[in-house]
Design a protein around this ligand. Sequence first.
Ligand SMILES: Nc1nc2c(ncn2[C@@H]2O[C@H](COP(=O)(O)OP(=O)(O)OP(=O)(O)O)[C@@H](O)[C@H]2O)c(=O)[nH]1
Ligand SMILES: [Mg+2]
Length: 385
Amino acid sequence: MYVTPATLSSAYCHIRIVMRIAPQKSDRLTTNTHAVSTSDGTQSRPPTGNPLSNYFQDPPALIAIMGVTGSGKTTFVNQATKSSLPVGGDLESCTSETQVSEEFILDGRRVALIDTPGFDDTNQKDTDVLKSIAVFLGEVHSAGMKLAGVIYVHRISDDRFGGLATKNFRMLKELCGENTLKNVVFMTNMWGRVTSNQGAARERQLKNRYFKAAIEKGAQLCRHDDTPESAHAILRTILRNQPVVLQIQRELIDEGKDIAQTGAGVELTREIREVIERFGRDIKELEECMLKAMKEKDEESRREFAEERRTMQEEMVKLQKESAQMQFEFDVAQSEMRMQVRKIREEYEDRVRELERREHENSLKIEDLQRSTRVLQYARSCAIM
Ligand SMILES: Nc1nc2c(ncn2[C@@H]2O[C@H](COP(=O)(O)OP(=O)(O)OP(=O)(O)O)[C@@H](O)[C@H]2O)c(=O)[nH]1
Ligand SMILES: [Mg+2]
């Protein structure tokens, strides 16, 4: 069973997600006893619902799965974790919120996969996708957890690296940051849909062009052959890495930036800002043309320029509203996240205080016991004399 924030709209859902993958020590022992071993070294485990505070002590290895809508992210998560999260068709998008898988055991390590929605080509959808990923990753970082890495899924069956692939890849770079690219694996899938020559040629193009710079900074390129064994082999590659803090996590939590100010936020709003700026310049030019037509008493041209300016102004106002709406939604997500982060920290501090209190009590008891032992030993030695 999986937890999706879609069912609960506020940031509260994120805490529930985090809690889902945070087993208590006692539960972990219990569930491990019931874990089902499989021949390939993995174990599936029953769901747990435990306090978030346990997460601070012993989190599972977390790996995020990113990529274009329909590239096969959820399918990969299902294969790796042996679950059945809903998957979409090739064109329509399916996963709308960041969700985390049940944790499972791979080679004796607890692992959980973070399935993310892909960026699309509408401002509204992209705003929602960034909010969902940013808030989720921000909360994970504030709970003291790091990511073992990120898998970026790319369909080898795509005959070109189009606009959506470019956008998603840029967003990946902004979310991760240059320094964590060594924890990124570019995973190509859908090899069954191409001939081996076609696939190999596209793979070379990815390696030597689109992913070249990232590969030079340590990212890896892997093939996935649509089987659980191949999924696990890719996860093992990532699990060898030192866990990292992604750029978006650092920006949001350590530097206290708003979502819109982060690299990913700036990248996402860049396009809309550029179009608004271009409209502004075009409107100014049209106004100069109108003025010139007025001076030359060319009423027909002036009217045409005025009509064009009106249409452009309407478009610009529409875009400005969209931009303001994006900003507003980022702000709402931001304040929800801050609230959650505060709660997470308070809970963590309570937990630490409780542990310190118990430790103090225990040391008093030990001192007491030691005193009693000394008295007893003294009494015994007096009796012997
Ligand atoms: N042949 C083949 N089809 C695949 C593979 N992975 C995914 N698919 C198909 O691709 C379609 C989309 O898969 P999803 O797993 O929903 O893709 P996604 O990336 O999670 O999509 P969103 O949730 O919309 O972002 C489904 O019809 C899958 O059956 C693969 O490795 N090979
Ligand atoms: Mg999906």
